[in-house]
Ligand binder design. Structure first.
Ligand SMILES: Cc1ncc(C[n+]2csc(CCOP(=O)(O)OP(=O)(O)O)c2C)c(N)n1
Ligand SMILES: [Mg+2]
Length: 566
C-alpha cells in the first residue's frame, strides 16, 4: 500500500472562490467573460469558452469522473461541438484527422493517465503529422493526489512523450490563460499536441468573469535568402537533383511551385513516403511517393547526386534489416536542407521558383499542371484482386474526396491507380502506429463536412479502433469505409522474410493470420449502426461503392480479397 504523503496540507473546499487573475505570469490579456464582469463561472466553463474564442470548437471526448465539470459546462457553451468516442484511440485519431483538414486544433477530453495512455498511439501519429491538437486531460483534485487513489499515475511523463507542450494547471484563475497558451503552442510551427493537465478541483472552482484573449498566431519561420541561394546553385550544377517534399509542401501551392522548379531545372520531385495530407489529382502536378520498401526506395534515389529536403527529414528505412544500410540515399549523394517543418515551406519553394523559373516569375503556370483527370475510367470486372479492387476504387473516386489510407500491403496498388483521378486529398499514417484510419476518417469528415471521405482500411489495422464506426453513425458522417479483408497481417508475413527470421512455422503463422474465427465486418459495422455490405467481385464493389457514395451518412463495404499477400 502506498504511504500517504503531505497529509498536513489543508484540504480546499469545493466551490471555493479564487480571485480572477491575468494568468500565471504570462502576458495573456483578459477580457470580460461570457456573462460579463462581476459574474462567476467554473474553471471548466472558463476553459471551454476560451477554447471556443480561440476557434477550437470541436472536442472529441471520452470522459470520466474527473472531467464531469467539463462535461457539465458544455451546456453553457453550446458553440463547442462535443463528440463522444468509445475509445481514446478514436478520440486522438479523430483530432488528428480534424486538424489535418482544418489546420486548426480540435480539443480532446481524456480521462487521466490511463485514458491518455490509451490515446497515445494516435497522438504519436499526429505528432509525426505535425497536427495541432489541444489535449485536456483530467486528473485527481490537487489535494487528492497524495492518497495515490486508483487512476493516479505519472500523467505528465506520459504526456511528454507525444506533446510539444505540457502544463499542469494549478489555478482556476489561470485556466483561461493556460488554454490560450495551449492553443498558441499547438499552432506554432511545427504544429503539434499541447496537453493541459486539468485537476478536478481546478475545473470545479469558480472564477471571476474574465478570460484570456486568444493569442495572435506566430508566423512560420521564413527561410533565409542565403539558404535559397545555396539551393539555387545546387540546382544549377547540372547534376541530378531531387527535391524530397513533405508536410505542407505537398499542398497545392507548394506542389505548383515545386513543379515549376523541376520544369525549369530538370530536377525531380518526390513526396515523402507517408504524407499527412497530399493534394493530388485533377490538374495538380503529379508526384510519386518515395517507396516504403527500402529496396525500392534505394532504387528511387539511385541516380540522385543532390537530395534537397523540403520539410521532411533525411530518408531512412522504416526498420533496420540485417546487413542493410538504414540510409536510403546513395553514397556520394549530398543532402541539402531547403527548409524544415518549422519553416514556411510554401514561401521557400515560391522564392526558389521565382529565382530559377522564368515561367513562374512571369506568372505563366500552364506548363506546370498535371494532365488532368482521365475522361472516363472503365469499371473493372471479375474476381476481386489487389489490382481490380484498386481500379474499382479509382473508377468511382469522386471529385473533392478525402482519402484516408491505412491500406498497408493490401492497398499497394491504390495510390498508383488513383493518380489521374479527379482532385482529392490523400492522408496517410505518418507515425506507423496502426489503428489510425477509421478515427482519422471520422475527424476528417467533421473537419471537411462538405467532402466525401473514403477510408481505405486494411482489416488487421481496422480492429484497433473499430469503435470509430459508432461515432460516424451517431454523428451522421459521410464516410465510406472499404475494409481490405485479406484475413491476415499480410505485411508482417512479408516482414518476417525481410528481417531474415525465416519462413516461420505454424506457430509463427498463427500470430499473423486473422482466421479461426474469421472477422465478420458486416456484422461488426451493422452492430454499431453503420450500414454494411460485402463485395466478392469487382462488379459488386463498384455497385456498392456507387451506392455508398450516393447515399448520405456512413457506409462500410467489406472487400473480400485473396488471403494473405494476394
Ligand atoms: C500500434 C501498432 N501495433 C502493432 C504494429 C505492428 N504491425 C504493423 S503492420 C501490422 C499488421 C497490419 O495488418 P493489416 O492492417 O491487415 O495490413 P495488410 O494485411 O493489408 O498488410 C501490425 C500488427 C504497429 N505498426 N502499430
Ligand atoms: Mg490484412
Amino acid at each position: 500500500m502506498s504511504p500517504l504523503r503531505e497529509i498536513d496540507r489543508p484540504v480546499p473546499q469545493s466551490g471555493s472562490e479564487v480571485p480572477a487573475a491575468s494568468g500565471n505570469g504570462t502576458p495573456s490579456q483578459v477580457v470580460p467573460g461570457p456573462s460579463g464582469p462581476g459574474t462567476t463561472v467554473t474553471g471548466a466553463q472558463s476553459l471551454i469558452r476560451t477554447l471556443v474564442d480561440a476557434k477550437v470548437d470541436v472536442c472529441f471526448a471520452n470522459p470520466g469522473t474527473s472531467e464531469m465539470h467539463f462535461v457539465a459546462a458544455l451546456d453553457s457553451v453550446p458553440e463547442m461541438r462535443a463528440v463522444l468516442a468509445l475509445f481514446e484511440g478514436v478520440v486522438t485519431g479523430a483530432a488528428d484527422g480534424y486538424g489535418r483538414m482544418t489546420d486548426r486544433p480540435a480539443a480532446t477530453l481524456l480521462h487521466m493517465g490511463p485514458g491518455f495512455g490509451n490515446g497515445i498511439a494516435n497522438l504519436h501519429n499526429a505528432r509525426r503529422a505535425h497536427t495541432p491538437i489541444v489535449n485536456v486531460v483530467g486528473e485527481h483534485a490537487t489535494y487528492h493526489a497524495r492518497f495515490d487513489a486508483p487512476l493516479q499515475s505519472d500523467l505528465v511523463a506520459l504526456a511528454r512523450t507525444v506533446s510539444k507542450w505540457v502544463r499542469e494547471c494549478s489555478s482556476s484563475a489561470d485556466f483561461s490563460a493556460d488554454a490560450t497558451d495551449a492553443v498558441a503552442a499547438a499552432m506554432a510551427a511545427p504544429c503539434g499536441s499541447a496537453t493541459m493537465v486539468m485537476p478536478a478541483d481546478i475545473s470545479w472552482q469558480t472564477v471571476g468573469g474574465t478570460q484570456a484573449r486568444p493569442r495572435p498566431l506566430p508566423p512560420e519561420g521564413s527561410v533565409p535568402a542565403e539558404t535559397i541561394e545555396a539551393v539555387r546553385q545546387v540546382l544549377m550544377t547540372g547534376e541530378p537533383v531531387t527535391l524530397l517534399l513533405g508536410g505542407r509542401a505537398l499542398r497545392e501551392r507548394g506542389l505548383r511551385a515545386a513543379a515549376s522548379i523541376a520544369a525549369a531545372t530538370g530536377s525531380k520531385l518526390l513526396a515523402e513516403t507517408f504524407p499527412a495530407r497530399l493534394e493530388r489529382g485533377g490538374d495538380l502536378p503529379p508526384i510519386e511517393r518515395l517507396n516504403y520498401l527500402g529496396e525500392m526506395a534505394i532504387v528511387d534515389l539511385a541516380e540522385v547526386r543532390h537530395l534537397v529536403l523540403v520539410g521532411t527529414p533525411a530518408p531512412a528505412s522504416f526498420f533496420a534489416y540485417p546487413d542493410q544500410v538504414s540510409e536510403l540515399w546513395p553514397q556520394g549523394c549530398q543532402l541539402h536542407v531547403l527548409a524544415g517543418p518549422e519553416h514556411d515551406l510554401v514561401g521557400a519553394l515560391e522564392s526558389l521558383a521565382e529565382a530559377v523559373s522564368p515561367a513562374w516569375a512571369s506568372g505563366d503556370q500552364r506548363a506546370l499542371s498535371g494532365s488532368g483527370p482521365e475522361v472516363s475510367k472503365s469499371h473493372p470486372t471479375g474476381p476481386l484482386t489487389l489490382q481490380s479492387m484498386a481500379i474499382a476504387i479509382a473508377s468511382v473516386l469522386p471529385e473533392g474526396a478525402v482519402v484516408v489510407d491505412e491500406s498497408n500491403s493490401a492497398g499497394m496498388y491504390l495510390f498508383g491507380a488513383t493518380a489521374r483521378s479527379p482532385r482529392h486529398d490523400w492522408l496517410t499514417n505518418c507515425g506507423g502506429a496502426i489503428g489510425l484510419g477509421l478515427p482519422v476518417a471520422t475527424g476528417a469528415a467533421i473537419g471537411a463536412p462538405d467532402r466525401p471521405v473514403i477510408c481505405l482500411q486494411s482489416d488487421g489495422s481496422a480492429m484497433y479502433t473499430i469503435q470509430a464506426l459508432w461515432t460516424q453513425a451517431r454523428e451522421g458522417l459521410d464516410v465510406t469505409t472499404v475494409i481490405l479483408s485479406n484475413r491476415s497481417y499480410a505485411i508482417l508475413n512479408l516482414e518476417l522474410a525481410r528481417v531474415g527470421a525465416g519462413a516461420g512455422g505454424p506457430r509463427a503463422e498463427s500470430l499473423l493470420e486473422l482466421t479461426g474465427p474469421e472477422l465478420d465486418f458486416v456484422s461488426l459495422s451493422r452492430g454499431m449502426g453503420v450500414p454494411a455490405t460485402r463485395a466478392t467481385t469487382a462488379e459488386e464493389l463498384v455497385v456498392q461503392l456507387q451506392h455508398a457514395l450516393r447515399e448520405p451518412g456512413p457506409h462500410l463495404i467489406e472487400a473480400v480479397l485473396p488471403e494473405g499477400l494476394g
